[in-house]
Every structure is written in C-alpha cells, then in structure tokens.
Design a protein around this ligand. Structure first.
Ligand code: B12
Ligand code: SF4
Length: 351
C-alpha cells in the first residue's frame, strides 16, 4: 500500500470514529491560512474586538498552525449540534419577564463536552497507528481560526453573520479541531448559499453586523453580555431587551436554520429549567445559589456580579412593575459600583 492510499484510509477511519464519538460531522483541511491574515489584521486595527485582548495577541499562531504544533500538516475539524429545543426558544425571547439565555448555554459547558470527545478521538487514532504522530486539540481555547478552518474542511460556508452555515444543519453547532503532523488528504470546501438574503443583518437588535461578513463585536449583545466586563454602554441597554447571556437573533432568523437538527448530546439538554428562568428570581439568587445553578455551565465563567448586571438590564426592560422596583432596590446597599449604576438605570425605566 503506498503512502497516499494509506493516509486516505486513515482519514476515512478518523471520520468514522469521530461520528462514533458523537460528532455530527468531520472534515479535513490543509494549513494554508495566509489569505485570512489581512482581513483579520484590518478587523483588529479597526478596534472591532473591543476589550477582547486575546484576539490581538498571538496573531501569528492563527495563520501558521505550526506555531501551535510543530510541523502541523493537517487539521481535523469537527462540528457538534447543540440546539436543545425547538420553537419554545422564541416564546422565552418574547416574554419580557423571562431571562433569555442563548441556546448554546442551556446545558453543560461545551468546552468540557467537546474536549472530552476530541481526547477520545485522539486516543483512538493513536492506538491505531504504527508510527508516532503528534496531535493538539482545541475548541474555542486558543488562537485558532475555527470558522475559516471548518469552511476549508467542507463543513459549510461562512454566513453574512460570520458564523459557519451548513445546508443540512443550519448554524446551531460548535466547532472543534485537532492539529496533527499526519499528512491527511484535505476535503473540498463547499459553495456559499446566502445569496441576496440579509435577514441576519436586518434583525440584529444593535446593528452589530455592519456589512456582510463583518461584525463590530463591541455592538454585539453576545460580547456585551458575556465578554464585556465593565458597564454596558447605555445606548445598547434597551436593545438588549431580556437577552441576559448571549444572543441568537441572527441565527433564529436565518432561513437555513429550518434544517437545523435538535442535539443528540445529552450534555446539551436544558438543565435546571434555564430556558424559563424568571428575571426576578434570577436577580434574587444568592452567590451560593449562582454557584450551584451554574456549576459546569458556560454561564459560570461570567461570574456573579456580571450576571446581576445583565439581569438588572433585563429587569429595566421588563414591563413596568412595582415588584421589580422593589427587587432591584433590595440590592442597592450591597451592590458594586458597576451593579449599582445598572440598578439605578433599571429603576428609572419603571417610572
Ligand atoms: C471572538 C469570538 C466571538 C466574538 C466576536 C465574533 C466574531 N464574529 O468575530 C463575540 C463575543 C461577539 C462572539 C459571539 C458569538 N459567538 Co463566537 N467566537 C469567537 C471566537 C473565539 C473567535 C472569532 C474570531 O476570530 N473573530 C475575529 C474576527 C476577525 O473574525 P471573523 O468575523 O471570523 O472575521 C473573518 C471574516 O469575517 C472574514 N471576512 C471579513 N470580511 C470579509 C468579507 C468577505 C466578502 C468574506 C467572504 C469574508 C470576510 O475575514 C475575517 C478574518 O478571517 C470563535 C472561536 C475561534 N477561535 O474561532 C468563536 C465562535 C466563532 N463563536 C461561536 C458562537 C456559537 C457564537 C455566538 C452564536 C454565541 C451566542 N449565541 O451568543 C455569537 C454569534 C455572534 C456572531 N454573529 O458572530 C462559534 C460559532 C460556531 C459556528 N456555527 O460558526 C465559535 C466558532 C466557537 C466554537 N468553537 O464553536 N464570538
Ligand atoms: S448575536 Fe445578536 S447582537 Fe450579535 S450579531 Fe447576532 S443578532 Fe446581532
């Protein structure tokens, strides 16, 4: 058997094992990412990353995978569906007394789930190879161009909202990668299918998609509620509505998400009724309750103070109510200066 055929066979096996471990799709890409350098650098220079300093750092590692794993030859790119419920999601978004949490964060922290599966896949590959090869795995954890790599690996195309889209699966999925020095055969990328549709651009509550394929992260509700640690600029607070952790609007409206599949991953099923948490009850949570409710969830990462900050904005946007004013004011004495300012803003909205 010559080397070429050998690696074709290995690639075929890897794809089959990846599916056995629960990934919904897998593709292989080469490591030529140079063409992404200029648009990426321009994006950073424009300041669209806001306070996400990690996007500015280690840029060279993104375009040259060998800087993360010496002599990287190929990237195994995987996709895992996470959508835990169907249309119920929209009911929560429309009920302004409910704390709307992004669909991706209703279950277990995806970093843990995907990492565990990737580890199993690497162990399986290693145990089936006669020769020593090297691997390094990632999911939203390092300077890796995950969407660009998945696009090259044929897992879909980048939509105008900047997320990866797939004809049969929409966009409700996570991405993960294995860098390796195995010279695996690359898959073909797919064509783009957004056409003249601009639904995601038009629906965005804060007009964060400033042009097709270009997001000003500083305006994105996902950034404002998750990544941004400081005071939320007043100009975005009304538009945030009841979205207290992330935002899904550009995905809800995308016509390709008609084809999205409900996740078959038990870890992503809704925990603790997080799809119907009341804003009032969310604001009443003690630090201990917060830790208990969100242990093992991606939400835990934002911390208690930022959670209360986000809920205060949600309460400010809820239908006018005396009870809400009372609940908000009950925290004024113990609040940090950031939280206090959000509480006062929220109370003002009820007058
Ligand atoms: C930083 C980050 C964010 C930031 C910035 C998002 C962004 N679009 O850049 C914030 C906090 C806002 C965010 C939000 C979300 N994120 Co996020 N995020 C990331 C992260 C860590 C890095 C992305 C990045 O490098 N951005 C920097 C800029 C420069 O990259 P870019 O937009 O991709 O820019 C490229 C293109 O736009 C292109 N380009 C520019 N101009 C043009 C013009 C044309 C014509 C073309 C063709 C291309 C093009 O060139 C640029 C350089 O390559 C990735 C994980 C990873 N390591 O890749 C996850 C990731 C992209 N996020 C993910 C998710 C799920 C989300 C949310 C849906 C979460 C939520 N529900 O709240 C939202 C969606 C918001 C949105 N519409 O993007 C998933 C997406 C999965 C998928 N299906 O694609 C990822 C891949 C994480 C994962 N492992 O699964 N995220
Ligand atoms: S996640 Fe929400 S705020 Fe961010 S681009 Fe999409 S619709 Fe706009």
């Amino acid at each position: 058997m010559n080397d070429k055929l050998n690696f074709d066979e290995i690639a075929k096996n890897i794809k089959s094992w990846a599916k056995d471990f629960g990934f919904n799709d897998v593709g292989i890409s080469d490591v030529k990412l140079e063409k992404n350098k200029l648009p990426y650098k321009k994006w950073i220079l424009s300041g669209y990353h806001g306070h996400m300093g990690y996007l500015e750092k280690h840029q060279e590692q993104k375009f040259d995978p060998s800087k993360l794993l010496p002599n990287t030859q190929s990237v195994i790119s995987v996709r895992l569906d996470y959508l835990p419920l169907e249309a119920k999601a929209l009911v929560a978004l429309k009920n302004k007394n409910i704390a709307y949490i992004s669909r991706y964060a209703l279950g277990r922290d995806y970093h843990k789930v995907i990492r565990a599966k990737l580890k199993k896949l690497v162990a399986q590959i290693k145990s089936n190879l006669d020769k020593e090869f090297h691997f390094r795995l990632f999911t939203d954890s390092a300077p890796v161009l995950e969407v660009d790599i998945a696009e090259k690996a044929g897992l879909g195309w980048r939509g105008k909202h900047t997320l990866l889209l797939n004809k049969e699966h929409g966009s409700w999925f996570f991405l993960g990668e294995i860098y390796t020095d195995l010279p695996l055969p690359s898959d073909k990328s797919t064509s783009k299918h957004c056409g003249s549709c601009t639904a995601c651009i038009d629906i965005c509550p804060t007009s964060a998609i400033i042009a097709p394929y270009k997001l000003d992260a500083r305006k994105c509700i996902s950034y404002l509620t998750i990544e941004h640690r400081e005071s939320i600029p007043i100009e975005y607070r009304k538009a945030i509505g009841n979205r207290v952790y992330g935002c899904d609007d550009c995905q809800f409206v995308c016509p390709w998400n008609k084809y999205a599949k409900i996740t078959s991953e038990n870890d992503f099923l809704v925990r603790h009724d997080l799809d119907k948490l009341s804003l009032i009850e969310s604001f009443k949570l003690s630090r201990k309750d917060f830790d208990k409710l969100f242990q093992g969830s991606a939400i835990y990462r934002i911390g208690y103070d930022q959670w209360l900050r986000n809920i205060a904005v949600g309460l400010g946007n809820a239908p006018k109510s005396r009870e809400i004013i009372k609940v908000l004011e009950s925290r004024l004495d113990s609040a940090s200066s950031m939280l206090k300012e959000h509480i006062l803003w929220a109370v003002e909205q009820h007058k």
